[in-house]
Design a protein around this ligand. Structure first.
Ligand SMILES: [Zn+2]
Length: 314
């Protein structure tokens, strides 16, 4: 039997077809959130048709559909609840819509939780029973597999590690709190931190007066020796190390898998983060702990979605 994995993001919407743990076909389109829910779901259904046609199989040969989507969402109701990345998706019962369309079981989960399950299932063959996934890009997300189970929490929102507060006097977060890991160390956080500093300091920097600033600009300037940017990157490294330390202390994982553009900014960036974290992690929790970049890379969203089907059907 086949499995369909669907990865819905604010920029791209992708569908993958899986058989025996391998993705055999995939297809994607821009989400175009401005077109609204109905148009997007219509295009999603077309993507599903396309992927089945490419593989020359019928819907009757599919045993289930997994969907990873930005939160907040209710995985039990299968309802998407106004994610900031999907404007207009207000209480959309996507699970019900797809189940009625295809008469198949559909499993809808937060994309970061699905990603953790994807690494656990496909990258580590369910052999690493305590695994944390952390992604740091424009935002910060995470998922936890504890004792071989995906941790969901009472709202299905467990492991919102982006909103772990690591500096109560830190940057204002989109959630309203100060000093969340996401506000301190995401790509967005790096940009706002740099902008704020550039506005108030007399210190020279190659980025002074630059109109459109990206986190990549800050990384490149730091690499080229810009003292102000170097300091910002060092702060980000320390904040990420604090975040990783807290995560390890909370969940006692064997494996911390990281992904996202910031975490994969290069060996010279991530190595000091892990070294700083290892200095702070309790000795008893270090012996069997490994940090590793995602093995599934850009396809992790699809693998995570597909992993939901077997996991929740068993
Ligand atoms: Zn927050």
């Amino acid at each position: 039997m086949y499995i369909i994995g669907i990865d819905i993001g604010g920029t791209n919407m992708r569908v993958g077809l899986f058989k025996d743990g391998n993705m055999i076909k995939k297809t994607s389109v821009f989400t175009r959130t401005e077109e609204g829910v109905v148009a997007i779901i219509t295009r999603l259904k077309q993507l599903i048709v396309n992927v089945l046609e490419q593989a020359n199989i019928e819907m009757g040969q599919v045993k289930g559909i997994g969907v990873g989507c930005p939160g907040p969402l209710d995985p039990w109701k299968g309802e998407i609840q106004s994610p900031p990345n999907l404007p207009g998706w207000d209480h959309i019962p996507l699970k019900k819509i797809l189940e009625e369309e295809y008469s198949l079981p559909v499993f809808l989960h937060n994309d970061a939780n699905a990603a953790a399950l994807g690494e656990y299932t496909f990258a580590y063959n369910r052999n690493v029973n305590n695994l944390v996934y952390i992604t740091v890009s424009t935002g910060v997300g995470g998922g936890v597999v504890a004792d071989g189970r995906l941790l969901l929490g009472v709202n299905g929102s467990a492991a919102e590690i982006g909103h772990m507060i690591i500096n109560p006097n830190g940057n204002l977060c989109s959630c309203g709190n100060r000093g969340c890991l996401e506000a301190q160390a995401s790509g967005t956080g790096i940009v706002s931190k740099t902008k704020a500093l550039l506005q108030t300091t007399k210190e020279a920097s190659v980025l002074k007066g630059k109109s459109k600033l990206t986190s990549k600009d800050v990384f490149v300037a730091a690499e080229n020796g810009d003292a102000l940017c170097k300091r910002i990157i060092e702060e980000v490294q320390f904040d990420l190390a604090l975040g990783l330390t807290n995560i390890v202390h909370a969940y006692n994982p064997e494996m911390v898998v990281y992904g996202g553009g910031v975490m994969q900014a290069g060996e010279s960036f991530i190595k000091p983060v892990i070294e700083k974290a290892e200095k702070m992690i309790l000795p008893g929790m270090k012996g069997r702990l490994t940090f590793a970049a995602t093995k599934l890379g850009g396809e992790l969203g699809l693998y995570g979605a597909a992993a939901l089907v077997d996991y929740f059907q068993e």
